[in-house]
Design a protein around this ligand. Structure first.
Ligand SMILES: Nc1ncnc2c1ncn2[C@@H]1O[C@H](COP(=O)(O)OP(=O)(O)OP(=O)(O)O)[C@@H](O)[C@H]1O
Ligand SMILES: [Mg+2]
Length: 233
């Protein structure tokens, strides 16, 4: 395999050399042997038309310049805003979102390079949805979910499409266990009210909590509210 030297003009990452780990609804998730601890996300080519828009988009969405890369941009922007708020300080070590390392050129267009969140065997950490479907959700996961949402509230992280498919549970970074968002963050509203107002953002986080709790078996549901985030079920 040709050694990967990032950012050389004309060089792109050949995805044929990368293992495909997951296919979500719109993206493929790959690993590259020269990028340990990271993942490369690309758009699934079959979903994108010749102009770079999702084929399934209605016509009025086909005027947006980033096209099918729109979600890349939304996540990048949220990460940049988070970094801007920490200007002059380091980003706190453990973020509730997978860190974004940048963009690379691949054989399937732009690749979003992100922190890989792993399970104890080095595989990808399970999503909350996978834990629910396998009947493996435990009280510690529910506590970790509340810690995740509280941390997102504190850091004023805006949710776009935060679902049980987009948070993964891991004990690799924090032995106490944590959920980490791997997708679904960033302002979706055309008027960015959640970014402007922490109170409005907290109400959204509370709604997301209500939806996530509805997937949790009754006996595991916490009785109280989550401190710091008002409950809107
Ligand atoms: N940083 C990460 N660390 C660990 N696993 C990840 C990471 N990013 C993505 N995954 C896994 O890959 C799956 C698909 O990734 P992603 O959510 O970014 O793509 P998607 O096309 O938006 O998928 P979906 O539509 O299912 O949300 C995730 O549900 C998760 O299992
Ligand atoms: Mg996703």
């Amino acid at each position: 395999m040709t050694p990967f030297r990032p950012f050389l003009v004309g060089q792109e990452i050949d995805l044929a050399q990368c293992a495909l780990l997951r296919s979500g609804q719109t993206r493929n998730v790959h690993e590259h042997s020269a990028l340990p601890g990271l993942l490369i996300k690309t758009l699934q080519p079959g979903l994108v038309d010749d102009a770079g828009y999702f084929k399934a988009y209605p016509w009025w969405k086909k005027s947006r310049p980033p096209g099918a890369y729109f979600a890349f941009l939304r996540e990048l922007e949220e990460f940049v805003v988070l970094s801007r708020r920490q200007w002059g300080r380091d980003l706190p070590g453990l973020l509730p979102v997978a860190r974004i390392n940048g963009l690379v050129q691949t054989s399937a267009g732009l690749g979003l390079v992100v922190e890989r969140i792993s399970d104890p065997r080095g595989g990808l950490a399970p999503t909350m949805m996978e834990l629910v479907l396998r009947g493996e959700l435990l009280p510690r996961h529910v506590l970790a979910m509340d810690r995740f949402l509280k941390r997102c509230s504190q850091l004023h992280i805006v949710f776009g499409d935060m679902t049980a498919n987009n948070i993964v549970y891991s004990e690799s970074r924090d032995p106490a266990g944590e959920f980490v968002a791997v997708d679904g963050f960033g302002e979706k509203a055309s008027v960015p009210v959640h970014r402007w107002s922490k109170a409005i953002n907290d109400r959204k986080i509370a709604r997301v909590r209500g939806r996530m709790l509805s997937m949790v078996p009754h006996e595991l549901r916490p009785s109280g509210e989550m401190a710091g985030v008002e409950r809107v079920a």
